[in-house]
Ligand binder design. Structure first.
Ligand SMILES: CC(C)(COP(=O)(O)OP(=O)(O)OC[C@H]1O[C@@H](n2cnc3c(N)ncnc32)[C@H](O)[C@@H]1OP(=O)(O)O)[C@@H](O)C(=O)NCCC(=O)NCCS
Length: 177
């Protein structure tokens, strides 16, 4: 069965939250309300990966007016997506990315990321991309580095894992095209 990609919809939110809870520690879980706001703000910027009719992963993006350096408060979780959204923005901010562990044998994270970013380029030809990743999310960091992101800054203690340990947040960015 092929993998398909389409923008996420409000009806997908319960399954989105299920995947989020399977993939992330609770310190980074977000609310159904925030997911709904993201869907309403940037309809084509929130992609779901499907196997048959089942949502198996997601890539959430925002479009920002590019600045050389952003105020770090921007990267706080659950900021309102409309706060910084600019439909003509040239920087893609990736707010979340995950693949359900039960389906990674059908769709590896690196393949999902490449497919999602290629789709984003088709619909919104962004010039650069930025994201914040936890230092302990090694597979994600490898995927981003392989795709062309480089570390630009570390934010000490930004993330807390299930055992209460703190981990730095790593800001990664691509060079503008
Ligand atoms: C991030 C995620 C989608 C990656 O999916 P995945 O199927 O596990 O990853 P892949 O199999 O595609 O592996 C990607 C690369 O990371 C490497 N990798 C995996 N685990 C690693 C580790 N612990 N340390 C270093 N590299 C690692 C793999 O070897 C692979 O590189 P290679 O193909 O060159 O060998 C998945 O792990 C996930 O959903 N994680 C939880 C959510 C998360 O961390 N999201 C990132 C938010 S910013």
């Amino acid at each position: 069965m092929p993998i398909t990609i389409r923008p996420l919809e409000h009806d997908d939110i319960p399954r989105i939250m299920e995947i989020e809870h399977r993939c992330f520690d609770s310190d980074v879980w977000e609310s159904a309300e925030i997911y709904g706001e993201r869907i309403d703000t940037f309809g084509h910027g929130n992609l779901g990966f499907f196997h048959g009719g089942i949502l198996i992963g997601f890539l959430w993006c925002e479009l920002w007016k590019r600045e050389v350096q952003y105020d770090l408060a921007r990267f706080e979780l659950s900021h309102h997506p409309r706060q910084f959204f600019d439909p003509n923005g040239t920087e893609l901010y990736i707010s979340s990315f995950a693949v359900d562990p039960d389906y990674r044998h059908l769709l590896r994270g690196k393949e999902a990321f490449s497919l999602g970013m290629a789709r984003m380029r088709e619909t919104h030809p962004f010039e650069s991309a930025i994201l914040l990743v936890s230092a302990q999310w090694h597979a994600a960091r490898t995927i981003y580095t392989q795709w062309g992101f480089s570390e630009v800054q570390r934010i000490e203690g930004f993330f807390t894992d299930a055992s209460g340990r703190h981990h730095p947040g790593i800001l990664m960015r691509t060079t503008p095209r």
